[in-house]
Ligand binder design. Structure first.
Ligand code: SAH
Length: 344
């Protein structure tokens, strides 16, 4: 895209100002915002109650693009759907659609690639290509909702990318996603997952949003964390847990510590004792994830029964624990693997 205004990236206020500058009546912004963010219009020409002349003028002066679907896989086991999207510049990102009894959950990407380099993760293998705009993140949700002709109730930003490394667009995305003029999703139904960028966590805390912050801890000791997550060289576990506690205090929202169990790596009793202390300090909930084997790496998940043992031990220490249910095992699993396959 050139440097024309991307209409879908404008907040309601910005769109109002933009259309005012084009001498449009005041109701036009609401009309157009609704076409883009509620009716999920695929093109300007779908916006049938806009005057044709205005549509032509907008095509000339601004951009309105949608992601195009490159691949869609549907799990025969649980109905999970994985999407591979092509962006306007030919880059690819993936998203996941998870139907639950209580509504549809989606998992979206925040960047093309990632520069955090976690050793067990497929998304970081090729490094960071670029950030996604708020409009592109929204459109991952809009296209999935449109294809399925169903509403989305929960959004997790846990796909490819480090959302807090794309801070401004993530914040814009959250505001637009939860805007009453858009999908109007409750902030409480939005989760943002970070590998632990301490400065940005503290910054985000001041926004006092009601979203859930998930922090990928994965190890309770600095030395072990450094072995799997390069970000641990920049911030210590101590600093990270303090930032988590600060976030909880500022927002009144309990944070989640994500802990991917890797056999023989972070699953000892010593790990449980240390993790317990950290979770208590931050008042955090712990979400256990069996590490997902990635073609390019050699980390192994513990046996399913061991996950329950680990969970029970944490619960005995009075920690709030859940195990992340694995979905779509028969399609290209999690964490950047669909895009990897495409790149290979
Ligand atoms: N960058 C963010 C969000 C994307 S990753 C973050 O680090 O949190 C979403 C979650 O999946 C993180 O907890 C991440 O550590 C985890 N993850 C990545 N690859 C994985 C794998 N192969 N197995 C299990 N969890 C993985």
């Amino acid at each position: 895209m050139d440097n024309k205004t991307d209409l879908k990236n404008l907040t309601m206020e910005e769109l109002t100002a933009f259309l005012q500058d084009m001498n449009q009546p005041s109701y036009r912004a609401k009309q157009m915002y609704s076409w883009m963010h509620q009716k999920l219009a695929g093109s300007l020409d779908d916006m049938t109650n806009l005057p044709k002349a205005l549509r032509e003028q907008l095509k000339d002066q601004a951009d309105y693009t949608c992601l195009s679907m490159h691949e869609r896989q549907i799990s025969k086991i649980d109905g999970t759907q994985k999407f591979l999207w092509e962006l306007h510049d030919g880059q690819m990102v993936e998203s996941v659609w998870m139907p639950y009894h209580h509504g549809n959950s989606v998992c979206i990407s925040s960047q093309v690639g990632c520069r955090m380099g976690c050793k067990f993760c497929a998304s970081g293998i090729g490094g960071l290509v670029r950030n996604l705009s708020a409009a592109e993140m929204l459109d991952e949700i809009y296209r999935m909702s449109a294809v399925n002709n169903e509403r989305v109730s929960n959004v997790v930003v846990m796909g490819t990318g480090e959302p807090l490394d794309n801070y401004d667009q993530i914040l814009r995305f959250i505001h637009m996603l939860t805007d009453e003029n858009g999908l109007n999703i409750s902030q409480r139904n939005v989760t943002v997952s970070t590998c632990g960028l301490v400065d940005q966590i503290r910054e985000l805390a001041k926004e006092k949003l009601q979203i859930t912050l998930a922090i990928s801890l994965h190890a309770a000791f600095d030395e072990k964390r450094k072995q799997i997550m390069p970000i641990a060289y920049k911030y210590s576990v101590d600093e990270l847990v303090d930032a988590a506690a600060y976030y909880a205090e500022q927002t009144g929202r309990r944070v989640t510590f994500e802990y991917s169990l890797i056999e023989g790596n972070n699953d000892s009793d010593e790990d449980i004792a240390a993790l317990t202390k950290l979770a208590k300090r931050a008042g955090a909930h712990v979400n256990l994830i069996p590490v997902n084997p990635v073609t390019e790496t050699d980390f192994k998940a513990p046996k399913a029964a061991f996950l329950d043992v680990f969970k029970n031990k944490l619960e005995k220490n009075r920690i709030n624990v859940t195990i992340r249910r694995s979905m779509g095992r028969d399609i290209d699993g999690a964490c950047g693997q669909l895009r990897r396959k495409y790149l290979r």
